[in-house]
Design a protein around this ligand. Structure first.
Ligand code: NDP
Length: 333
């Protein structure tokens, strides 16, 4: 692959310049560039600079506001609602996460219901931010229909990511962050390009038949949830928490209201924070360290989040796909 080495500062500045030249104000560009830079820093390549052209498309079409000013409402001591003002999600997190953390530290538990945002990033930053306060975090968001519920042959669920962080005082938290689709459609397309099969259960062909041929999934077929009906239930839970409970669009509704500019649709996000210090009381961290020791003592096991946290330690330039860098630069001409 043809790559261009960029330092983390260069990645941040490239994103920032591109966003401000395409309609984002300083505050929105700061929040989004930081999300993009930290994704590249951690090796979350699918949600770093790769997404910048789509972010720009939605700024240019006017679907997403580049000067969004999200507003928080403390509905009850445990419930914070943030209206995202139709901006990208990271600036809504800047407004809502500190209030959520405060609520959970004081009460043991807190909920952040975010509406009117456009989320196209990884979901680990919001739950890791809670873990920094020694809180457990759980977050999810719907998207647009891309995944057929178990038993169906047509898409209804989004790729519906779910993230979870467990704090470990003095150490990096344990974090998983995953789509509930068996595989991203982008990865299916890469498998098609490279000529290798995908595992059975990844998706259906256009006639609704199971296939391992990525071309048949990409060409009018549909993705399936991971783990059959069990993953389907979790994808449904994401729709219910982040749309039904938050009072925002389900994935199918998000698509109906979307202008098809390639950027993320309007939707909501559900974030839950819990305090182990209040719920489990004394010694919760040592107790859980014992569990993590048992877990990692088993051959072949590694903790989720470890790969990213190792990547984070390096301040070396990141190798960015050169055609992508050129494309981003062309968006500033
Ligand atoms: P992966 O399948 O790559 O990884 C899922 C999780 O599993 C990660 O936390 C990863 O940790 C962990 N993991 C991977 N391999 C192992 C292993 N061998 N042992 C233990 N843990 C492991 O992620 P997805 O492709 O499902 O999702 C990628 C990203 O896409 C996510 O960040 C998600 O939020 C984002 N997304 C965002 C959407 C949106 O609308 N905003 C929609 C869909 C996805 P590690 O990172 O350490 O490898």
């Amino acid at each position: 692959m043809n790559t261009t080495p960029l330092t983390l500062d260069e990645i941040y500045n490239l994103a920032h310049d591109c966003l401000t030249q395409n309609g984002a104000d300083q505050a929105n560009a700061d929040a989004l560039s930081n999300t993009i830079m930290t994704a590249e820093r951690d090796g979350s390549h699918s949600h770093g600079l790769f997404r910048l052209p789509a972010y720009v498309a939605s700024l240019r079409s006017g679907k997403v506001k580049g000067n969004a000013a999200p507003k928080a409402e403390q509905v009850t001591p445990a419930l914070v609602r943030v209206h995202g003002d139709n901006g990208y999600a990271p600036i809504a997190h800047e407004v809502g996460i500190p209030l959520l953390a405060e609520a959970a530290k004081n009460l043991g538990v807190g909920v952040l219901a975010i509406s009117h945002v456009h989320h196209m990033a990884a979901l680990w930053p919001e739950v890791e931010a809670l873990a920094e306060h020694n809180l457990v975090g759980l977050a999810c968001t719907p998207y647009m229909p891309a995944v057929a519920p178990a038993g169906a042959t047509k898409p209804l669920f989004g790729t519906n990511p779910l993230s979870f962080a467990w704090p470990r005082p003095g150490k990096s938290p344990v974090v998983f962050d995953m789509a509930t689709a068996s595989m991203a459609m982008g990865e299916v397309q890469i498998a098609a390009r490279e000529g290798h099969d995908v595992p059975m259960g990844t998706g259906l062909d256009k006639n609704g038949a199971m296939t391992t041929n990525p071309n048949e999934i990409a060409d009018g077929g549909v993705l399936l949830p991971f783990g059959g009906y069990k993953g389907s239930a979790i994808a449904m839970m994401v729709e219910l928490l982040a749309a039904g409970l938050v009072g925002e669009n389900f994935s199918f509704e998000a698509k109906e209201g979307d202008n098809g500019d390639g950027g993320p649709p309007q939707g909501g996000q559900f974030i839950l924070a819990m305090s182990p210090a209040m719920i489990a009381t004394d010694n919760w961290d040592d107790h859980c360290e014992g569990f993590f020791n048992k877990l990692t003592g088993l051959d072949g096991v590694r903790l989720p989040g470890e790969r990213r946290h190792k990547n984070r330690l390096s301040d070396a330039p990141r190798q960015i796909n050169t055609p992508l860098v050129e494309k981003i630069r062309s968006l500033m001409d």
